[in-house]
Design a protein around this ligand. Structure first.
Ligand code: URA
Length: 209
């Protein structure tokens, strides 16, 4: 298997984003304004996976640009010492559910090939699931985020996976606000202790169930 260049990855991501814009594999494609494919560094070490676009993301076509996104950006900058453009940010769904309702199982299933492709192309060295929907999808567990954030996971290709509260939950204060702050400290430590070698792409098989 030949390793893709950065340009190859950028081109393939752009092609997939165009496919997502035209996608009607679930009902959401017909009701949203714009598909929100993902944003960031195509060679990111760190990839965040959130839930689904909200109002602002649907208007702008970019994930995490509303209030929750501002908190995520602040945590990336202040706790991780990185820029938003250093990481890659995506969601379990490319399309906004009407009224920001929870994603339906069939919508998550329909969008899974896009998320899988993003993970396979970007090949992050650490994946962080933000909130229940991403955490359940990526871990395959039915436990809630409060339990999942206490555990460390390895995806099927060996990529470490951590889970934390959704930034929107953290904006409401309480446990989630304190928890996400603590979890980002752990994310920073995990990034610092990553081995210097990246896995051979030929060894990358499925990424999640
Ligand atoms: N919440 C999410 O899960 N994703 C976004 O892109 C915005 C808000």
């Amino acid at each position: 298997m030949t390793t893709m260049t950065r340009e190859d990855v950028v081109a393939r991501l752009a092609q997939l984003a165009t496919e997502a814009e035209a996608c009607r594999n679930c009902a959401l494609g017909s009701v949203r304004t714009r598909a929100v494919f993902g944003v960031g560094n195509p060679e990111a070490d760190l990839m965040f996976v959130g839930e689904a676009p909200g109002f602002h993301e649907d208007q702008q076509g970019e994930p995490f640009v509303g209030a929750a996104g501002q908190l995520l950006t602040k945590l990336i900058e202040t706790t991780l010492g990185m820029q938003r453009s250093d990481v890659y940010i995506a969601n379990t769904l490319c399309c906004r559910p009407p009224g920001n309702r929870d994603p339906l199982p069939e919508e998550i299933e329909a969008c899974k090939p896009f998320l899988r492709a993003k993970l396979e192309l970007i090949r992050p060295r650490l994946v962080v699931a933000l909130g229940n929907f991403a955490a359940k999808l990526l871990t395959g567990s039915s436990l809630g985020i409060t339990k999942l954030r206490e555990k460390r996971f390895t995806m099927r290709d060996g990529t470490p996976l951590m889970c934390t509260f959704h930034p929107a939950a953290a904006l409401r204060g309480g446990n989630a606000a304190e928890g996400i702050a603590r979890d980002f400290e752990q994310i920073r430590l995990a990034l610092e202790s990553l081995p210097s070698e990246t896995p051979d792409p030929s060894e990358q098989l499925g990424l999640f169930e």
